[in-house]
Write a protein of this length. Structure first.
Length: 674
C-alpha cells in the first residue's frame, strides 16, 4: 500500500542524513529497511516513522490495530584512529606540564628540557618548601604539587621557614641539604620584608622573572621572626666585690644555615676558654663541632691570684666562612699578668678556587670572649664575664630561567660579637664576629643590580672593655670574615654592577664570583619533565585499543640528551574515563595510569627503539611516575575518553640549551563495534 510521509521538525543545528528506503510486504508483515547512503548514522541519529490511516493491508483493510518492532543491524567491526598532535589539537594542561609543549623552542611538539628553575608549583602552602623532607621520609616531599603554579608576590611581610632541625636528606635540585621553594615568578614589593628563618639553607627556584623592588628586602641573617636581631652576641657583665656574675652571655643564633656564635662564659667558670663558634652548613667538620673549620675560637679566661693592676682577658676569634679550609680567628695567648694584648684574630677569607660556591654554604659563628676574675681575698668577686660570639650569615640561592632584577636588598651579613663586661678592677675581652653568609644568583638570562644592596659582610668584632681602675689593654674580638656572592647569567655581564649601592664582596675581592650560567651544578634540575594532556574524547562507544607500533609515533632522542644506548628517554602512559549519558566523562572514576610503552636510545637520534606494552626495567627507571598501575593499553578497553602523560628522562650532564627528547605526534588506533 502507499506510504504517506510528512515533514519532521528537527532540533536546531541538526542535519538530515540521506538514506535509502526498502519496503517489503508479505501477508505476515510489512518491513521497511532504512540504510544511510554514506557510511553510517551518527551516534545521536534520530529515526522517525509516521503512520497514517491511509495505510491498508493487502486485503484493503485499515491498519488498525497493529504491532510494530524496531531493530538495528550490527555492522562489522570498524577501525578508527585518533591523531595526537601537539599543535593545539590535543589539549595540554599547561599549568601541570613541566615539559615544553608547542612553545617557541619546541614548536608543534612535546619536548623535555633541563628544568633548572623548577616547575613553578609549590603545592598547597606557598610558604612551605617542597624538598627535602625529614630523614625518615627522604624520598617523600614535604608537599606535593597541586597543579597550580604559584606567583610569589606578598602584600605584607612574610617568613619562609626552612625548619627547626638540620636536614640530612639531599634535595634533587643540586644534591645539597638546602630546602627548595618553586615559584612561577617572584616579586618583593617596596617596603615589604621577606625573612627566611629556620636552620637550613634555602633555594628559590623561579620559572619566570625575579624582581626585588627598591625598598624591598630579602633577609637571610639572624633577624628573628619579625625584626629582632638574634645573630648578635650578648654583651658580658661585670660583678662587684663579693659577688659573681652567674649568667652566661649567649652567642648569636644562626639562621638559614648559619652557625651559632660561641657562648661567653660567666665568671668563676671552670673552663679555660669560652665556647668556640659553630660551623655553618656544609662545613667538612659538620654542624655542632666546636672549633670546626671556619668557626671562631673562644677566648681564654684569666684568673689573677693577687691584684696588682687592672687587666683584661682575651678576645674571641672572628669566624671565617665554612667549607674554605681557613681556621677562623684565634686568640693570641692567655695571660695572667694582663700586661700584653690578647685580641682575637679576624676570620679568614676565601681562596679563589672556591669562589663558585658549588655547594650551598652559610657563615660560621664567632668565638665567645674570655672572662676574668680575681681570687684575692680583698678583691674577690670583682669579676667580668665575656661576650657571646656573633652568628654566621645564612645562605640563599635564587635560580631563575628569566631575568633577575635586584633593585632592593639581599642581606646575608654575619652577626656582631658581644662586648666584654667590666668589673671594678678587671674586665673581659670582646667576642668574635660571625662570618658573612652566601648569596647565589643564577640565570641563563640577565641580572640587573642597579640601586641594589647585596651584602654578605662579616660581623663586627665585639669590643674589649677596660676595668674601672684602668691599666689594661683593650682586647677586642676578631671581626668575622666576608662571605660570598656568586652571580652567573647568559653572558657574565651584570647590568648595573657599578651602580649597586652596596656589593660586598665586590669584583676583585675574595669571595666574589661572576661568570656565564653553568647548569652542571644542577642534578637534572630536580625534575623529570612531563607533558600532561587534558581529558579528550577519542571516538565511538566501547572502543578496544590496539597496541601501537613504532610507525605510529614521530619521536626523536637528540644526541646530548640521551642517557645511553638502550636506556629510557620517553615514557608514554594513558588513563581512561567512561562516557556518561550526558556526553561528558566520568571524572570521578578514572583508570590507573597504564604504560603504553617507552622509547630508548638506539644510537640514531631520529630512530629510537620503541618497547610497547611494558614498563622500563627497575635498573633503568627505579621509580615510575606516581599512579602507574602497570603496563598494557588493553586497560583502556571500553573507555571513550583518554588522558596522556609523557615523561622525559634526561642525563645528568644535559645543559639548559640542549634539546631533549621529542614526541611530535602519535596515531592512536582502536576497533569499535557499531
Amino acid at each position: 500500500g502507499p506510504i504517506a510521509g510528512g515533514e519532521v521538525n528537527l532540533p536546531p543545528n541538526q542535519q538530515r542524513i540521506r538514506a535509502l528506503l526498502d519496503l517489503t510486504q508479505t501477508f505476515g508483515a510489512t518491513t521497511l529497511v532504512i540504510t544511510p547512503e554514506f557510511g553510517r548514522f551518527p551516534e545521536n541519529a534520530l529515526c522517525v516513522l509516521q503512520l497514517t490511516f491511509g495505510i491498508k493491508d493487502l486485503g484493503s483493510s485499515t491498519l488498525v490495530p497493529f504491532t510494530m518492532s524496531f531493530t538495528t543491524e550490527n555492522l562489522v567491526a570498524q577501525n578508527g584512529t585518533y591523531d595526537v598532535k601537539f599543535e593545539g589539537e590535543t589539549p595540554i594542561l599547561v599549568d601541570q606540564s613541566t615539559a615544553d609543549v608547542d612553545t617557541a623552542r619546541s614548536p608543534n611538539r612535546a619536548q623535555g628540557w633541563l628544568l633548572f628553575a623548577g616547575d613553578g608549583d609549590n603545592g598547597l602552602n606557598q610558604l612551605l618548601p617542597t624538598l627535602p623532607n625529614v630523614p625518615a621520609l627522604c624520598l617523600v616531599p614535604r608537599q606535593v604539587n597541586d597543579g597550580i603554579k604559584d606567583d610569589f608576590d606578598p602584600v605584607a611581610d612574610v617568613n619562609l621557614d626552612t625548619g627547626l632541625t638540620r636536614n640530612t636528606c639531599l634535595n634533587l635540585t643540586d644534591g645539597s641539604v638546602a630546602v627548595v621553594w618553586e615559584f612561577r615568578t617572584l616579586r618583593i614589593r617596596s617596603g615589604r620584608v621577606v625573612r627566611i628563618i629556620g636552620v637550613n639553607p634555602a633555594i628559590l627556584l623561579v620559572q619566570g622573572s625575579v624582581l626585588i623592588e627598591n625598598g624591598g628586602r630579602l633577609l637571610v641573617r639572624g633577624d628573628g621572626l619579625n625584626g629582632t636581631l638574634t645573630n648578635v652576641g650578648a654583651n658580658g657583665s661585670g660583678a662587684q666585690q663579693g659577688t659573681y656574675y652567674t649568667v652566661d652571655s649567649a652567642g648569636g643564633k644562626g639562621y638559614v644555615g648559619g652557625g651559632d656564635g660561641g657562648l661567653g662564659y660567666r665568671c668563676n667558670h671552670s673552663s679555660n676558654y669560652s665556647v668556640d663558634g659553630r660551623t655553618g652548613d656544609g662545613s667538612p667538620s659538620g654542624y655542632n663541632v666546636l672549633g670546626g673549620i671556619g668557626a671562631g675560637l673562644g677566648g681564654a679566661h684569666a684568673t689573677q691570684p693577687s691584684f696588682t693592676n687592672g687587666g683584661n682577658s682575651n678576645g674571641g676569634g672572628g669566624a671565617g666562612h665554612s667549607t674554605i679550609g681557613g681556621t677562623g680567628g684565634a686568640v693570641l695567648r692567655a695571660s695572667n699578668s694582663f700586661k700584653a694584648p690578647a685580641m682575637g684574630d679576624g676570620g679568614a677569607l676565601y681562596p679563589a678556587m672556591d669562589n663558585r660556591l658549588l655547594t650551598p654554604s652559610a657563615g660560621s659563628g664567632g668565638g665567645g670572649s674570655g672572662y676574668a676574675d680575681v681570687l684575692n681575698d680583698t678583691f674577690a668577686g670583682r669579676d667580668a664575664s665575656g661576650g657571646g660570639g656573633g652568628a654566621g650569615g645564612g645562605f640563599v640561592d635564587i635560580t631563575s630561567s628569566g631575568a633577575i632584577n635586584i633593585f632592593g636588598t639581599i642581606d646575608a651579613s654575619g652577626g656582631r660579637g658581644g662586648s666584654g663586661g667590666s668589673g671594678f678592677y678587671i674586665a673581659s675581652g670582646g667576642a668574635g664576629g660571625g662570618s658573612g653568609g652566601g648569596i647565589r644568583l643564577l640565570t641563563p638570562a640577565s641580572i640587573n643590580l642597579t640601586g641594589g644592596v647585596l651584602t654578605a659582610a662579616g660581623g663586627p668584632r665585639g669590643s674589649g672593655v677596660q676595668p674601672g681602675g684602668g691599666g689594661a689593654t683593650l682586647n677586642h674580638g676578631g671581626a668575622g670574615g666576608v662571605g660570598r656572592i656568586v652571580m652567573e647569567d647568559g653572558d657574565s655581564i651584570i647590568t648595573g654592577q657599578g651602580a649597586a649601592v652596596t656589593l660586598m664582596p665586590n669584583e676583585g675581592d675574595p669571595g666574589f664570583s661572576r661568570g656565564v650560567f653553568d647548569a652542571s651544578r644542577f642534578k637534572g634540575g630536580g625534575l623529570t619533565p612531563e607533558a600532561l594532556s587534558d581529558v579528550f574524547f577519542v571516538g565511538p562507544a566501547n572502543p578496544t585499543y590496539t597496541v601501537p607500533v613504532v610507525t605510529d609515533f614521530v619521536a626523536s632522542i637528540p644526541a646530548g640528551s640521551e642517557r645511553g644506548v638502550g636506556l629510557t628517554s620517553i615514557l608514554v602512559e594513558v588513563r581512561g574515563f567512561n562516557l556518561k549519558t550526558d556526553g561528558t566523562y566520568d571524572a570521578l572514576a578514572p583508570t590507573l595510569w597504564r604504560t603504553v610503552g617507552y622509547f630508548t636510545h638506539s644510537g640514531v637520534a631520529s630512530l629510537p627503539n620503541w618497547v610497547p606494552n611494558a614498563n622500563p626495567p627497575v635498573l633503568d627507571i627505579p621509580t615510575l611516575p606516581p599512579g602507574n598501575g602497570g603496563a598494557g593499553i588493553a586497560g583502556m578497553t571500553g573507555r571513550e575518553f583518554l588522558q596522556l602523560r609523557v615523561t622525559y628522562y634526561l642525563p645528568s650532564a644535559i645543559g639548559p640549551f640542549d634539546p631533549g627528547p621529542i614526541l611530535d605526534d602519535w596515531t592512536i588506533r582502536f576497533v569499535f563495534d557499531q
